[in-house]
Write a protein that binds this ligand. Sequence first.
Ligand code: HT7
Ligand code: ZN
Length: 875
Amino acid sequence: PQPKYRKDYQAPGFWIHEVELWFDLGADGTTVRSSIRFERNAAVTEPGSPLVLMGEELETLRVSVDGKELGASGWSATATELTVRDLPGDSFTLETEVRIHPESNTALSGLYRSSGNFCTQCEAEGFRRITWFLDRPDVMATYRVTVTADKTKYPMLLSNGNRIEEREEEGGRHSVVWEDPFKKPSYLFALVAGDLHCHRGTFETMTGRTIDLEIYVEHKDADKCDHALGSLQRSMKWDEETFGLEYDLDLYMIVAVSDFNMGAMENKGLNVFNSKYVLARTDTASDADFEAVEAVIAHEYFHNWTGNRVTCRDWFQLTLKEGLTVYRDARFTADKTSEAVKRIDDVQGLRAHQFAEDSGPMAHPIRPEQYIEMNNFYTSTVYEKGAEVIRMYETLLGRDGFRKGMDLYFERHDGQAVTCDDFRAAMADANGRDLDQFERWYLQKGTPTLKAVGCYDEPNQTYTLELTQSAPENEPHFEPTHMPVSFGLVGPTGADMGLAFEGEDASKAPTNRVLELREMTQTWTFHGVCARPVPSVLRGFSAPVNLEMERSQEDLAFLFAHDSDSFNRWDAGQTLFKGVLLALADRAAKGEALTLDPAVVEAVRNLLNDESLDGSLKSQAMSLPGFSVLSQARTHVNPAALIEARDFVIETLSRELRGDLLAQRKAARPTGAYRADKESIHGRRLANAALGLLSATGEDDIIEMAEEQFAAADNMTDSQAALGCLVQIPGSHRTQALQAFYERWSGDALVMDKWFAIQAMSRPFDVAAYELLRAHKNFTMENPNRVRSLVGVFAMQNFRGFHAQDGSGYRAVADAVLELDSLNPQVASRMVRALNPWKQFAAPWSDLMKAQLERIREKKGLSKDVFEIVSSALG
Ligand code: HT7
Ligand code: ZN
């Protein structure tokens, strides 16, 4: 397969203004008729040149132009292109009729079936699996869609926009006609047909319009929709209040489906969701699940402006809508929960996944330069690093400046398909700022390093900070970025000091400044610094970089105890832990004895007992850097040594802090019936983190505590946390708890996903246990959630089992990839990435991982999704 390049962009040869579609849905094939109004784009194609449309797996039944059916010489079709010659002029109507097979579509792209219902997924390039089309985002049209199906089996027939007509047809069938007045690209098309429960609500907009809200789920899930509806209402309100953005259609629909490749899809007026991000009831979904539902509903809703009304010119610009929308949903969640907790969770995720991706074989700029299969570029780099880049605009321009930039962006581009450069220009022009250099964040891959060196001059009472940015190892053409570095100085009492430039009064100066680093190296000098401070650099993680700074354990412990910036306070702890863990891993690799510095234990004890912190911050403060973050800091990683070091520190903390953890758990656990207020959520998070840490030693009284919690829990947060502790201990505690959970929940697919995942990430779970679950009657390769719960969790979260020294973990995952590749290439290509970092590991692990990648590459007929990942990994 040949890559496509960003530099080769050309406008389409034809524009499409209006589309009319007729779907005749059947048990054994579906017929799709289309009538499309084309107009030649004279700037690109010569008069008389043919029309070439995109398609995949379509059986073409008929082609006509302006009402005249074309004979064999008028058109020709290959597997992926329909060429129509002899066009009557530069504008005409083309009609086609095709037959497709949703009933056997296991790739879940285009029109497919899930739990007996029909649904679609068109992003990125799935619309061409429905009908011949110019399936590219810069071709925007209005749609009128008629859906016809059996009325008993499919009483609900949905598509984008407004329902304008319903009629009975012969033979027990019926039709519904939909019209979407907003021009949209084909990737936002959607159709759903099924027998579904509809949970209704309304929203009154800021201009007084009433919007109907409809959430469609399977009947059995009718009592799990309240939270989704509330989340949607809160998102609509927030976007009005924060960005002045009002919803446009009169109807907003969300449909939950159980077979879905990703989280959700923002189709205009008709979102289709993975049921995981809709269904929530306190006994089946944890606090984290509730938060995720709200965040994903918000994300898809926010796309209505950032993505749908203003869309991407081409797929290279994906971060234009995704980075911006992730940034928007993160602000929403921060407003609704806790800004500090959300920031820490996000950066933890970014470092574990995006930093790893950015230093591996799939590293790419947030705006990639090339791709073979676009679906492979829905990455943590495009999404999460993309959101960090948007956040940097905000840090540089301020909240008000950012809002001005957003307003100008919509004023200029509503209804258009645009580029990341258009967004940057709106931000610059609205604020009278030069953001040319900022483009490098879109052009360069890899994580830059930011080196900070501070110097306190006691006689002159000045503090000089030197910042240096340097190239990531994998970006040979690095040029300095425009980097906001949020900075403070913490004085000996733990209070922030004034940051005065020469001539300013330190007592009146701000205690936090955003320093704009534009050169490779710059220095700043602060005056009136009356005592030796401890610097707090990159507060709030103001840029997505690796910070390097020589700091003593004492200084880190001091920041861990005092930094006024909650993020940096947490991060000081992480830096401290990371140093300790890596040193221990080096000792473990040499077979040396391990000991933990008591100062580290005391630092955690202090945090735990700091009553100014909420439960979530305390639980974050005691979580150690994970396997991914630790292994990024080393070449030739010995996974066994890393795991041993981590286990040792966890067990030591568990023992040494036993009294504090027990007290914290007791104080933090909410009493009485389940409540979902912030306090209770923080309380459960701390109590369960404490229980998790306590259970590391496997002592009887702690197991008993976990068993009691498991038996008595009236909510999934506590039940799942207790089960998570019990499964770590081989033997009857584990098997009984798993059995009880299974018996209670075997009829609920989303809870069963948890049952698989909890086992797959547990300590005693080796390849033999994996194979047993692989053969379990509740496992299927055809459901992506189930695959992610078992194969995904085993490969990406069970480092012990996956990195087994005999290579059996790698082989098991490669087997799954090969099987999945024929069923669902998108999911296969996600799973295979677990093998990507093979070069980072020491022998024998690296050779064993590589051998599995080679085995996969040899498969005949490998999908281009998996081919692209494997060939870049073997590169
Ligand atoms: N915009 C949506 C992306 C998406 C997707 C992409 C490829 C294949 C399947 C997919 N399902 C959804 C999700 C979002 O970011 O909102
Ligand atoms: Zn999105």
